[in-house]
Design a protein around this ligand. Structure first.
Ligand code: ADP
Length: 445
């Protein structure tokens, strides 16, 4: 049983205008990926065990049966359509379910099965004879908490005695009550209020603490401190589970604070590369010429789908309107859309209903659309200081091993500054960006 909340529209943070460069938002991107992803990402890389307590052996399993789960929980796992553990789950699950409990830090890219792993561990650790919160899962945003809750509700479909509660905006409790649910899934601020201000549950009694999307958490102002405050009030025997899609120094330092004596496992993401990409630049005198270049290129290449990146929402909308007027079927995805609208746009594009997707940096990472053959940088990617943003360039254009097919990248250059940026990118990757005459796009290979 779980209290019902429907996913609400993401609040657009009013600060950005149509003309300001659209920024990539980690929490929103993570949510989109979760909602859109229809299955596991499988990685050719092997699990790396980065740190291991020498006193505790590390197991790995190839089946869910080998985990000796409660039969109703196993039924729930199969009901979700899972046949065998994913790569990260093979190692994470035996660790998470071990007795005595083991602390785990796990890092792997989104879509590799982390959520399913810790949700399974959360459910299997619950003692339903005790009517108080025993498991706490912290998520960075309302929407991500709801996503996790929905996975938990599905997996617990045949375990009706397990109860869960969301500690997120919109949920209220009154002082002096005591929560009886076994599992709490919430955002740090609300959890702090409930645990330390209203005292509706006792952090000391938790046996499992999950920190999901730790990288998004530390990217969100104030969340890291709140997590640490919550963590300080846990019992030393509480099992810590720490998950992140990315890996860097800052995240690992955060992990060190939260997770004593961990087993640390990592599944490296497949690197994006420009190896199979033909890169070009086109000189244009201004927006109108850029527009002409786009339609010329589109007219010639015509097969497959194209994504066009613009710097601002205004340019994206202007271009979309112009192309639509000329009878092209284009989709637009910008930061002012709600999450539902974005999912809708991406679903339509994936299914091929539109051939062209016009977007801003809100979509610079991670949304692989296999059939995209052309990426156009209507505006070259720049950072806050206007310098070449090579990372974003790679995220926009690069392909991972899985989509090793060739692709075409076209950069529209409308000033000397833009030319400089283009050259910086060329040097950075040491991959030629060739001149293309847009009037004569037969030159495209
Ligand atoms: P992450 O938390 O790493 O982003 P998820 O746990 O959300 O990954 O899993 C990604 C997708 O794969 C989800 O659609 C999930 O239902 C599915 N999935 C997870 N584990 C398995 C599995 N063992 N077998 C098949 N599908 C799985």
């Amino acid at each position: 049983k779980i209290s019902q909340i429907n996913i609400q529209s993401q609040e657009t943070n009013g600060k950005d205008s149509e003309d300001s460069p659209e920024q990539f938002n980690l929490a929103e991107a993570s949510l989109l990926r979760k909602v859109i992803r229809k299955g596991l990402i499988d990685s050719k890389n092997d699990i790396e065990i980065q740190r291991q307590n020498p006193n505790s052996p590390l197991y790995s399993v190839k089946t869910f049966e080998a985990l000796n789960l409660n039969p109703n929980l196993l039924k729930g796992v199969y009901d979700m359509g899972f046949n065998a553990p994913s790569k990260i789950q093979e190692t994470a699950l035996p660790t998470l379910l071990a007795n005595p409990p083991q602390n785990l830090i796990a890092q792997s890219q989104s879509g590799t099965g982390k959520t399913a792993a810790f949700v399974l561990a959360m459910l299997s650790r619950v003692d339903t004879t005790k009517k108080y919160p025993q498991v706490l899962c912290l998520s960075p945003t309302y929407e991500l908490a709801i996503q996790t809750g929905e996975v938990a509700a599905h997996m617990a479909k045949f375990c009706s005695e397990i109860e869960m509660k969301y500690a997120v905006r919109g949920e209220e409790v009154s002082r002096g009550t005591h929560l009886t649910e076994h599992i709490i899934i919430g955002t740090p601020g609300k959890v702090l209020d409930w645990a330390l201000k209203f005292r509706v549950f006792d952090l000391k009694k938790l046996t499992v603490f999950v920190l999901d999307e730790a990288d998004v958490m530390i990217a969100t102002q104030g969340h890291q401190d709140q997590c640490i405050r919550i963590h300080k009030n846990l019992s030393p025997t509480c099992q810590m589970m720490f998950f992140s899609a990315t890996y860097d120094q800052q995240i690992m330092e955060f992990a060190e604070v939260i997770v004593p004596d961990p087993i640390t496992i990592r599944l490296k993401r497949e690197e994006e590369s420009l190896d199979n990409i033909q890169q070009y630049y086109v000189r244009c005198a201004g927006p109108q010429e850029k527009y002409n270049a786009v339609t010329n290129i589109y007219g010639t290449v015509g097969v497959g789908q194209a994504i066009i990146f613009c710097h601002t929402r205004r340019t994206a909308n202007w271009l979309a309107e112009k192309m639509t007027k000329e009878g092209h079927a284009v989709a637009v995805l910008t930061g002012d859309l709600t999450v539902e609208q974005r999912i809708n746009v991406l679903d339509r594009f994936r299914s091929g209903q539109e051939k062209v997707l016009i977007t801003t940096n809100v979509l610079s990472r991670g949304i692989d659309v296999e059939q995209v053959t052309i990426v156009v940088n209507f505006d070259l990617p720049v950072d806050m200081e206007g310098k070449a943003d090579c990372d974003t360039y790679l995220h926009r254009i690069g392909r991972t091993g899985r989509f090793g097919k060739h692709g075409i990248a076209i950069n529209l250059v409308d000033s000397d500054e833009a030319m400089n940026i283009c050259q910086t990118i060329e040097k950075h990757f040491n991959r030629k960006i060739r001149y293309l005459n847009a009037e004569d796009s037969d030159e495209i290979e």
